[in-house]
Design a protein around this ligand. Sequence first.
Ligand code: NAI
Length: 331
Amino acid sequence: EKEPVTVLVTGAAGQIGYAIVPMIARGAMLGPEQPVILHMLDIEPAAESLNGVKMELIDAAFPLLRGVVATTDIQEACKGVNIAVMVGGFPRKEGMERKDVMSKNVSIYKAQASALEKNAAADVKVLVVANPANTNALILKEFAPSIPEKNITCLTRLDHNRALGQISEKLNVHVGDVKNVIIWGNHSSTQYPDVNHATVTVNGGDKPVRELVANDQWLNTEFITTVQQRGAAIIKARKLSSALSAASSACDHIRDWVLGTPKGSWVSMGVYSDGSYGIQPGLVYSFPVTCEKGQWSIVQGLKIDEFSRGKLDATAQELIEEKSLAHSCLN
Ligand code: NAI
């Protein structure tokens, strides 16, 4: 039998935490044959609630679940961790400035970077979900210099999946037949959902989404804004942010990273830029990636038209500003 993999979920008493831990324990993240040990971290005010989640995990009797640690001690939470899903963070509250939220979150990610570096497995894979996700991941990378930069990523798979969902609804095709959309840039409303390389499998062959939709007006306007603003639409409808889709997409992100992307298809991940597509190195930016043997690589050579170029650069510009705001908060 396989050795268990230790998965850390921070902010585990929160909404996404509550949705993701049963998915992990059922094998949705690492496959149906991979035993797991869950480490759940939250802060003191949530300690009792966190313990309630632990009780439920025991009660659900998941055969793959080989251990549960519920703790408010970041060092203990990070011990021996192979996969770290960073969901914990400080939410934006009424009357708070953007800078105040940024300041709280980058200090959290700076502290947690050191704890991961000290306690986690040397080859830990990190996924940052908490907002501002790209910039939190960047700060984590900067303050955990011994963790390879390739091992620190942020979640834009939810946006990617939302784009697949919109195309599937529009064309009335199975979502599993749509592939190769791209989310470029920041996990924010400046992200660019790009369908220029996306296809749908029809009668065993791949057809371009642009050809099938045959409505550039919709693809260039409403499709983009719907994906960009989907998070806000969910909050409006549910009075709570998207937790089940975020949790499910986080499982997709890790599963594809660890087990590989299917041949001929790519996914979107926020990764440390190497300068591909003219995006300056030193930003965590969402790119199309393929994964093999636990390593992602940015898909190269895609043609970027003028419309797309403007959008890739605009979202990069926002990340440059977030980075400098984050650094000013830490000084
Ligand atoms: P939530 O407020 O329900 O849960 C957050 C949890 O983090 C709370 O239990 C809180 O006590 C905990 N926490 C706060 N500071 C912590 C710390 N220093 N260490 C450990 N835990 C800490 O929020 P929810 O809905 O679960 O969302 C979590 C984050 O994910 C938010 O930042 C949200 O904006 C972000 N998000 C990102 C998405 C993405 O696609 N990248 C999608 C949806 C949400």
